[in-house]
Structure formats: structure tokens, C-alpha cells
Ligand binder design. Sequence first.
Ligand code: GAR
Length: 192
Amino acid sequence: MRKSIGPKKIKTAVFISGKGSNLKNLIKFAKNKRYPFSVDLIFSNTKKAKGLRYSKIYKIKKKVICYDKKIKTDKKILKILTQKKIKLICLAGFMKILSKNFIKKFQGEIINIHPSLLPKYKGLNTHIRAIKNKEKFAGCTVHYVTSKLDSGKIILQKRVKISKKDNHFSLAKKVLKIEHLIYPAAIKKILN
Ligand code: GAR
């Protein structure tokens, strides 16, 4: 990864599909001088993503493209990323799997936040599965994105205790809180 040099921030695109609490959190951290990135583009695969509202609130360009893993879609998105000089993509609740071609062609790093202690519980419904398996801990992981689902090198991981009273809703809330701590910290770690 090209490191951020001096006060120049690495231009970042955040990819979302839903409510965008991680996006909002990253935007907040990016405004801080000590964090070496800026959020310059919000990308969503659906216009229904609630997080798209942060585009207007924070005056950040947004793009909605139906992501279908076809070369044409890849080209369209890569063109926008190149035009905007994006060097880092942060997936934040992006519920599509990027194509091999896209990952290969993008000239920068792609990272993701996943709501489990990887390599445990890749994929969906992580909290339901962790509770069902009577795990003592849950957590979240920031990792590099490769073409294998939730399998790239881990950058940061943090755990929380699962209490007897937890259901998957309360656990998701707890985990989201620590996601908001480790995502900006992970970006700082790879860029500094
Ligand atoms: C987060 O918990 C994130 O870890 C998860 O979706 C949620 C998005 O919340 N991502 C995945 O499950 C990816 N496989 P947000 O829209 O409020 O940031």
C-alpha cells in the first residue's frame, strides 16, 4: 500500500448496502488530521441503502450502480475510481461479493469489516451462529479483501463477551460499537 506522506490524505471510497453507521463513523474520523485518509466517494449497489443520505449531509459524491459481477459493471466502477484518484476501498456492510477481475484491476487496496472473529463465521448471520454454538466471545475483524470470501489477511480484530442475556440483536449492537473503534484504527495501521 502506498503510504500517506505528510498532510496528504489517501482518497478513499466506502462501499455500502445498508444503514451506513460504519460509513458515518469513517467520515467523522477522516476529518481528524491524525487520520491519513479522506472519504471522497460513497458507492452503493442499491438506491435503498439508508447510508446514502450521508452523501448530502457531508457533501460527498455518491454513486449507485447495480453490482452484477459483469466485466461491464467492473469497468464502469473502475473508471469512476480512477477519475477520483481513489487508492483505498473500504467495504462497510457491502453485501455483494466483488469479482476477481475487479479486485485484480483496482490499483489500490481493498479492505472489509466483518462482524465475527475470523476465520470463524465467514458469510452471513454471524451472531445467530455464534450464539447457537454457545461461543463465549464474538467480535469483528478488519481484513484485506481477496477473491475468497472473508479470507484475506487480518489487519485488526477485537472481541466482546457474549453474555447469557444476549440475543443476536443485542450482540449485533455490541459488536457494531467495537466495529466503530477498529475500522478507523485499521486504516491508520495500514497507511501510517
Ligand atoms: C456491520 O455489522 C458490518 O460488519 C456488516 O454489516 C453491518 C453494516 O452496518 N458487514 C457484513 O456482514 C459483511 N459481510 P452499517 O451499515 O451500519 O455500517
